[in-house]
Design a protein around this ligand. Structure first.
Ligand code: PEP
Length: 253
């Protein structure tokens, strides 16, 4: 069953006590997520234990990591592996966020290794893709995104792909206040599904959740999520405001 997901990406924000307050605020609202709906919180790694504790008892609420190292263990000072996250109860890891690609030079090939590391231990990569503004202005976004998918995901078997969540995040819409219109989002999400279908078949492609990210907020979530191929959102700025993210979770279809 294709999942509908509201995923928060806190990035490198909040102190530990602010994180606790935000979660307390958010969890004041009663949620009754349907079987196919999930709320996922990609929090800074040190806040994972607190977040797990706060979310416990909330059905279909999960904590995620924002990145991991591609190796299982070893002499990689400062890094955290997917295996370590899994040992803490974290089953979702964001891979290939555009900020990781840009500031930490993460290549498609490296991201393929990270995807493998996450899948190997039975966790779920939330794999990010999306084009910069110049590519969108040149009308080349489809080819650009197709290449990202092919380079980092197409070595996977169909069975492995079923455990991947894709987040399409146009870079020009991340943290800029500019959101892709619901038509633009639907168009490229449908295209992504076509690319997956060409490689893995329509039945597999239809089961993959494709999230939209880029200035999602309470005011635009319902319209974005109502699109046929938009299965929820990966949310940065608005996920730091309890009322906003509550409304975004409630906007899931
Ligand atoms: C993100 O960080 O993935 C993101 C989409 O950020 P924002 O919602 O702030 O644009």
């Amino acid at each position: 069953m294709r999942k509908q997901i509201a995923a928060a990406n806190w990035k490198m924000n909040l102190t530990l006590s602010e994180a606790g307050t935000l979660l307390d605020e958010l969890l004041k609202t009663p949620y009754s997520l349907k079987e196919n709906q999930e709320a996922i919180f990609a929090v800074p790694a040190p806040y994972i234990p607190l977040t797990i504790e706060k979310l416990s008892g909330n059905n279909n609420f999960f904590v995620a990591a924002q990145n991991c190292h591609q190796k299982t263990s070893g002499a990689y000072t400062g890094e955290v592996s997917a295996t370590m996250f899994a040992s803490m109860g974290v089953k979702h890891i964001v891979i290939g966020h555009s900020e990781r690609r840009e500031y930490f030079m993460e290549s498609d090939a490296l991201l393929a290794e990270k995807v493998d590391a996450v899948l190997t231990i039975g966790s779920t990569p939330i794999f990010c893709c999306g084009e910069p503004l110049a590519i969108r202005e040149a009308g080349a976004q489809n080819d650009f995104v197709a290449e990202q998918l092919k380079s980092s995901l197409f070595h996977l078997s169909a069975e492995q792909l079923l455990n991947v969540v894709i987040a399409y995040e146009p870079i020009w819409a991340i943290g800029t206040g500019k959101t892709a219109s619901s038509e633009q989002a639907q168009e490229i999400h449908a295209f992504i599904r076509t690319v997956l279908a060409a490689k893995y078949g329509q039945a597999i492609a239809d089961q993959i959740s494709i999230l939209y990210g880029g200035s999602v907020k309470a005011a635009n979530a319902v319209e974005l999520f109502s699109q046929k191929d938009v299965d929820g959102g990966l949310v940065g700025g608005a996920s730091l405001i309890a009322t906003e993210f509550t409304a975004i979770i409630k906007a899931l279809k």
